[in-house]
Design a protein around this ligand. Structure first.
Ligand code: FES
Length: 143
């Protein structure tokens, strides 16, 4: 079976050369989410300044290639953005930016959206603030 064309060039690029891999020490918010079905785990670190701008974002993913590509793209999309703008980085937006994902891999991009939300949730809890429209993701497995 050939896999030619299953994944877009952008997905392959972000899978082969993922951006923003790593950790942020003393991050403003850290979010870890897991998908119970495939067992994949994604963690996102956010560094947010006093004006609510996301200065840096890093990720670690124990997961499939689509999850790696999705987290790489998602971190690129939230960097330098305000918290409200980061809330617009949905799995749909990530998928569009990646020029699509196969149907069976859509949940992988959802993990990226949830990891951002979990990190923002952690930020809110640590800083005693609320973000309009933010709910704790159901797959949040932050300790
Ligand atoms: Fe689970 Fe991709 S198969 S995140």
């Amino acid at each position: 079976m050939s896999y030619d064309g299953v994944y877009s060039d952008k997905v392959m690029d972000h899978f082969m050369n993922p951006r923003n891999v790593g950790e942020i020490e003393g991050a403003s918010g850290v979010g870890t989410v897991g998908n119970a079905k495939c067992g994949d785990i994604m963690r996102i670190y956010l560094d947010i300044d006093d004006d609510g701008i996301i200065r840096d974002c890093k990720f670690k993913t124990f997961g499939c290639g689509a999850a790696v590509a999705s987290s790489s793209m998602a971190t690129e999309m939230v960097k330098g953005k305000s918290i409200q703008e980061a809330m617009q980085v949905t799995n749909k937006a990530v998928m569009e930016a990646l020029d699509g994902l196969p149907q069976v891999k859509i949940h992988c991009s959802l993990l990226a959206e949830e990891a951002i939300h979990a990190a923002l949730w952690d930020y809110c809890e640590k800083h005693n603030v609320t973000i309009e429209g933010l709910k704790r993701p159901k797959n949040d497995i932050n300790d």
